[in-house]
Design a protein. Sequence first.
Length: 177
Amino acid sequence: MAKSYKELLHDITTFIFDVDGVLTDGRLLISESGELLRTMNAKDGYAMKTALQNGYHICIITGGTNEGVKGRLEGLGITDVFLNASDKMIQINDYVKKHQLKAENIVYMGDDMPDVPAVQFAGLGCCPQDAIPEIKAVSQYISHKKGGDACVRDIIEQVMKVQGKWKVLDGTIVKSS
């Protein structure tokens, strides 16, 4: 019998995220100069930074090319940020090999067609609530949060709570059921 997504959370050591539609709401603001602007949720940033501080691996893989996005993520401490990825499985395979990871230890969150192979590869493939139907069909977990609305925090917090690593500021560990 297949494990429920809640059971899979115990084995996670690594998070891999798409950017547009996951860390952002997928909308683009185009400035007069043609620059594409996005917004990211600070709650996602806090969760990613907390996960890194607790020894989790985080990797970002996007088809986008915005250096500002890369700068924001690197500012959180994420060193593996891959831009301009037309086939995300190339970066995932390299990343897995470099860090000697197993698929069952990886969460991948994506929202659109280029993410299908990665969602299927990961031990826990997941997506935001507003992902396309094709991604929802192959995801083991669909967040109740939309892209750019703390769906990344949702999955990180669940993993860390199940593993007893989510702490409030006074040091109290918050566990999930």
